[in-house]
Design a protein. Structure first.
Length: 162
């Protein structure tokens, strides 16, 4: 696992952060956290899909994702999405999962600091959400999201790549 504080240049990060938190970035309700209905109805989140199914899904892809991709070493982009978790009354672990069953890498950029975190089953590690911090890890490691209790939202950009 690699943790990179201050991943993006301060000005570029501020542009992406301000865009996402301005209300100009559409967020869509998702009735599961893990996806594909695995945990449907147990929890919810909001997201914005920038890239999936081998194509750009959002007009904001170049603006929000390209500056991040330009700093990553990869051969193939699988998916890029924004996750937005609503505040919970207590820290709740979602289901442990891998994003894809095939070998891949996850790059997770936090857009705000909060007490939410990403939990890893194998090491019991808790990687807190820290603004402009990038966490890069083997996508086959089982992990889960833990929503925050101290801010209205926990927002990150989740990129899956090979």
């Amino acid at each position: 696992m690699k943790i990179i504080p201050n991943f993006l240049d301060k000005n570029k990060f501020k542009e992406i952060h301000d865009f996402v938190f301005s209300g100009r970035c559409s967020l869509y309700y998702n009735d599961s956290i893990v996806g594909k209905g695995v945990d449907k109805g147990k929890d919810y989140m909001f997201n914005h899909i920038f890239f999936d199914e081998s194509k750009q899904q959002s007009d904001h892809f170049n603006y929000a994702i390209m500056p991040i991709l330009g700093r990553l070493n990869f051969n193939h982009l699988i998916r890029a999405k924004l996750n937005c978790y609503a505040r919970k009354h207590k820290l709740i672990h979602t289901l442990l999962h891998v994003d894809y069953e095939n070998p891949h890498t996850v790059a997770l950029l936090s857009l705000n600091t909060c007490n939410g975190y990403t939990y890893f089953e194998d090491t019991k590690e808790k990687i807190k959400s820290v603004e402009n911090q990038m966490v890069i890890f083997d996508g086959l490691r089982k992990h889960c999201s833990v929503a925050q209790t101290d801010t209205h939202v926990r927002v990150n950009i989740n990129i899956n790549l090979i």
